[in-house]
Design a protein around this ligand. Structure first.
Ligand code: BG6
Length: 492
């Protein structure tokens, strides 16, 4: 039985507390874990933002965030009790001379020392100033921890500057760099599937695998995040972090233990073995795309530029990519010669994240009928589960005719537990001091080195995005990239 083991009493100071992420994800996640009995009642949560809100107004924002976006009920019997834990302080956190005594006051208590966590849910430009303010104000203690939200900079240079600046206040073992994909149940299941089933290891290599496809497709557009997204694009927003983390979990060697450094050391070996995509290979091995208006399902969806205009009316053009497809290889003994294809985009035909491991076809086919290579499909969201596609005899007359069918394990049908949001597990891990699902400095920097090279090659070769219609599978060029290799993407 799944069991909620209470974490130590803590104090959590959330910067950017009135922002979208905090209200939509962090507070609802904390509330769920509070109801599950994992958060001790003596814990304290302090929201910090620049808006002049009273404690009551902030409580209302937290309540609305929970109700609107987490489908919660307003009259939840524990809500009032949970809100008692939460205070709000209005200040400019990047200002060392702000009224930090207000935060000290909010944290004052007579009980035992609590685990102190600072959560920076702010733009990365203020990570370092906030950390310095925490130091000079005396709030950062010897044992306190800091959580950094992505994006961690916009290239290697800025990521290093952030890591250096944060490192002046918090040692590496107290820095929790979040990639919320690592908090997803199904992503963690990748580790269990690979390393708790002896079945896979003998075939998990170039000897039996033809290629791997990783897709994270979204049906939503950029919505109100145009300001951030237009400076970032799908490569920085999704590939540098979530997609590369998924690739690492598929390709890494078994770690010696589940210890944080054992796992992270194996992941970084994968990142360092990635084939660089250069100006010579960029046109063949990558595709950029940007959506125009179309139909997603039955609903009319605006184009990227129309969405951007809501944020800045003067914007008439943008060459930011909302779609990326690419091919890479991992240069090591296990994977040499096996292509890894990554694809992610907004306003595509459906919301679907999955990893497809396609095995090599049998060397000699004896039977008639539909001949398809075996595939292991790990569906990360929605409709989480695992499919193993096998060839079987099509029942009935007509001789031995093959048919491809899946052995289908749906989590929803197998388990009745509520599926926790990724942030729930990650927040509790910070309090417990478990770094396994967080990125180490060298991992983030290795990912930037690989991604920066692609972005530079796009700039040098002036590779503009292909326009695709909202609700489609992305640009035709992405299908052609696979076609050139005699392969095809799994349909969205
Ligand atoms: C975020 C990106 O990190 O992940 C968003 O900034 C994206 O652009 C989101 O929509 C996807 O997360 P999920 O959990 O909905 O797959």
């Amino acid at each position: 039985m799944a069991e909620f083991v209470p974490v130590p009493t803590f104090e959590l100071i959330v910067f950017g507390a009135s922002g979208d992420l905090a209200l939509r994800k962090l507070f609802p996640s904390l509330f769920h874990r509070f109801c599950d009995g994992q958060i001790p009642k003596e814990s304290k949560i302090v929201g910090i933002a620049r808006h002049a809100l009273s404690r009551e107004e902030f409580h209302e924002a937290v309540t609305n965030g929970y109700i609107n976006l987490a489908q919660g009920e307003k009259d939840h019997p524990r809500l009032k009790e949970f809100l008692e834990l939460i205070d709000y302080v209005a200040l400019d956190a990047a200002d060392e001379n702000a009224e930090w005594n207000l935060v000290h006051d909010a944290l004052k208590h007579d009980g035992e020392e609590r685990v102190r966590v600072f959560y920076l849910s702010t733009p990365p430009a203020v990570f370092v100033p906030i950390c310095h303010s925490l130091k000079t104000s005396g709030l950062a203690t010897q044992t306190s921890r800091v959580v950094l939200e992505k994006p961690l900079g916009r290239d290697l240079h800025s990521a290093k500057a952030i890591n250096d600046g944060v490192g002046e206040v918090f040692s590496e073992d107290r820095v929790y760099r979040i990639d919320h994909y690592l908090g997803k149940e199904t992503v963690q299941n990748l580790l269990v599937l690979r390393f708790a089933n002896a079945l896979f290891e003998p075939v998990w290599s170039r000897h039996a695998i033809d290629h791997v496809q990783i897709t994270v497709s979204e049906d939503i557009g950029v919505g109100s995040r145009g300001g951030y997204y237009d400076k970032s694009g799908a490569m920085r927003d999704m590939v540098q972090n979530h997609m590369l983390q998924l690739l690492c979990l598929v390709a890494m060697e078994p770690p010696a233990s589940m210890d944080a450094d054992a796992i992270r050391t194996e992941k970084i070996k994968v990142l360092r073995s990635l084939e660089p995509i250069t100006a010579d290979t960029i046109a063949e091995d990558t595709v950029r795309g940007q959506y125009k208006a179309g139909l997603v399902g039955d609903e009319a969806a605006p184009g990227y530029l129309e969405e951007l205009k809501k944020y800045d009316d003067s914007l008439n053009s943008s060459s930011t990519e909302t779609f990326v497809a690419l091919k890479t290889h991992i240069h090591n003994w296990r994977w040499s010669g096996v292509p890894f294809y990554l694809r992610t985009g907004k306003r595509l035909a459906s919301r679907r994240s999955e990893i497809v491991v396609q095995f090599t076809p049998p060397p000699h086919v004896l039977f008639e009928g539909e001949s398809k290579p075996n595939q292991l499909v790990m569906r990360l969201q929605p409709d989480e589960g695992v499919e193993m596609w096998l060839q079987i005899k099509e029942p009935g007359p007509g001789g031995l005719r093959m048919k491809s069918v899946p052995l289908d394990l749906s989590y929803a049908e197998t388990f009745t537990l509520r599926y926790p949001d990724a942030y729930e597990r990650l927040l509790m891990d910070v309090v417990r001091g478990n770094l396994s699902l967080f990125m180490r400095r060298d991992e983030v920097e290795a990912a930037w080195i690989w991604v920066d090279r692609i972005i530079k090659a796009w700039e040098d070769k002036k590779i503009e995005p292909h326009i695709y219609t909202a609700g489609s599978d992305g640009p035709l060029a992405s299908a052609l990239m696979m076609d050139r290799d005699g392969r095809a993407w799994k349909e969205l």
